[in-house]
Each structure stands twice: as C-alpha cells, then as structure tokens.
Write a protein that binds this ligand. Structure first.
Ligand SMILES: C[S@@+](CC[C@H](N)C(=O)[O-])C[C@H]1O[C@@H](n2cnc3c(N)ncnc32)[C@H](O)[C@@H]1O
Length: 228
C-alpha cells in the first residue's frame, strides 16, 4: 500500500522555492556586461562548490543598496568578496563596505578580485569572528548583511538591528534554507541550524521597529527595513 505524504512532510530537497526555469529566465535578464572578474568569481564558486549568493541575488543586493543610497555597509560572512562586489559598486567611490570572514585566505582572494575591479578602496576586509569585528565598529550602518553560519543568525540579528539607521536595511541570505523552514521532518546539515533560522525569521517579523519581506529567489533573502 502506498501512503500519500502531506505537503508539509515532503523531502526538503524537492522544495525549490522558485521554479528553476523561472530563475533561469530571470538570470538571462541579468546577463548584462559586468566586470570580467565577476564571472571569474562565479566560475571559482561553481568549481569549488563555494556558496556565493550568485548573480540574481547580487543584482538584488546592488539594487537595494542603491535604492536607499547606502554609503556604509557591514557584511557578516564575506567569503571571497562576491556579495561585497555588488555592495561596493552600489556605495560609490566615497562609500564603505566593511567585510568580515574567519578565513584569512578569503581576505587574500577578495582583495585580489576586488582590486582588479577597482573596488578595493571602498572595502575594508577584516579577519575574525564577524560578531566580534562588528562589536569593534562604531556608529550606524545603512545596511547590515548577514551570511554567516546559520546557527549564528539570531545573535547577528540581535546585535545588528540596533545599529541600522532609520530607513536602513537588514538583509540575510538562506532564510528558506532549501525548504527546511516549511517542512516538519527536515534533515539538518548541522544540528540546530534550521531551528536558528526559524527563530531568526520569526524575531524579525515580530519586531515592531521593522517591516520585513522574504524574496524567495534562490534560497530566500530576507529584507527588513527599519521604520523612520
Ligand atoms: C556563505 S559564505 C559567504 C558568501 C558571501 N556572502 C558571498 O555571497 O559572496 C559564508 C562565509 O562566512 C564565513 N563565516 C561563517 N560564519 C562566520 C562567523 N561567525 N564569523 C566570520 N566568518 C564566518 C565563512 O568562512 C564563509 O566564508
């Protein structure tokens, strides 16, 4: 006898939020000429299975940053600078993107890539625990962007939210976690990460100081705007 699974019991691997054909179409619209280093970074990610945000989310980040005229951005978890490339373009020559990552080799690579795109003057790349680096900074940010290990998401939200200027944005990647947030019997890659993302998302949507929305592109990007 075959038993029907309820929709909420599906294997999360099948829960691709946006149909891949639709994402392909959207990606085809963003294949404008950009600096060749961008393609190089994408090829490296593909080859080494490194989780960059990719072209669709990159364009989204740049658009958001330009929309609010962002000048100062903090990135929690910068990898080798792919998402920072988009933010650095958006902030302009007088803007600043503070990057953070635990891996010193990522800093080396980021500086090389961003340097060849003439963006390194806008980027201050620091090595260490992102939360500690953030705590050492002063002042407010136009955008705090979170892409660290998922178990750290609630903590990062908690520390970032008070340092975002009114009208500024909190953005985090992977908030749909390949569908695990929507199923009951998910298999966690790292124990506790899905729980942490669920808690993170709930806290943001419950926060009276922010208006939030999840863009389901790729793995889900949450955007929360601090009220004026
Ligand atoms: C998903 S990747 C970042 C990708 C990058 N945002 C992009 O799209 O190009 C996550 C990175 O965060 C770093 N990382 C994870 N947790 C961290 C933490 N708590 N502090 C500092 N770095 C962290 C990892 O070394 C990894 O390079």
């Amino acid at each position: 006898m075959t038993t029907m699974q309820s929709p909420t019991m599906l294997n999360p691997a099948v829960l691709t939020p946006v149909n891949p054909a639709i994402e392909d179409y959207m990606r085809s619209l963003t294949s404008r000429t950009d600096h060749p280093v961008l393609t190089e970074m994408e090829v490296v990610a593909e080859k080494n299975n490194f989780p960059i945000v990719g072209r669709l989310v990159g364009v989204f980040l740049e658009t958001l940053a330009k929309t609010i005229n962002a000048q100062r951005i903090f990135e929690f978890g910068s990898g080798y600078g792919y998402s920072a490339y988009w933010f650095a373009k958006a902030v302009g020559a007088d803007g600043q993107v503070i990057c953070s990552d635990g891996d010193p080799f990522n800093k080396e690579k980021a500086e090389r890539y961003l340097g060849s795109a003439d963006l390194s003057g806008r980027v201050d790349f620091r090595i260490g625990l992102a939360q500690e680096i953030f705590a050492q900074t002063q002042g407010s940010f136009d955008i705090c962007y979170n892409d660290v290990d998922k178990g750290d998401y609630p903590q990062v939200w908690q520390m970032a939210k008070d340092r975002i200027r009114p009208g500024g944005l909190y953005i985090a990647d992977n908030v749909l976690w390949h569908g695990r947030v929507a199923v009951e019997n998910y298999v966690d890659i790292v124990p506790g990460w899905t729980e942490a993302i669920l808690e993170h998302n709930q806290r943001i949507f419950n926060d009276p100081e922010f208006d939030a929305f999840i863009n389901p592109t790729r793995d889900g990007v949450i955007v929360a705007r601090k009220r004026m």
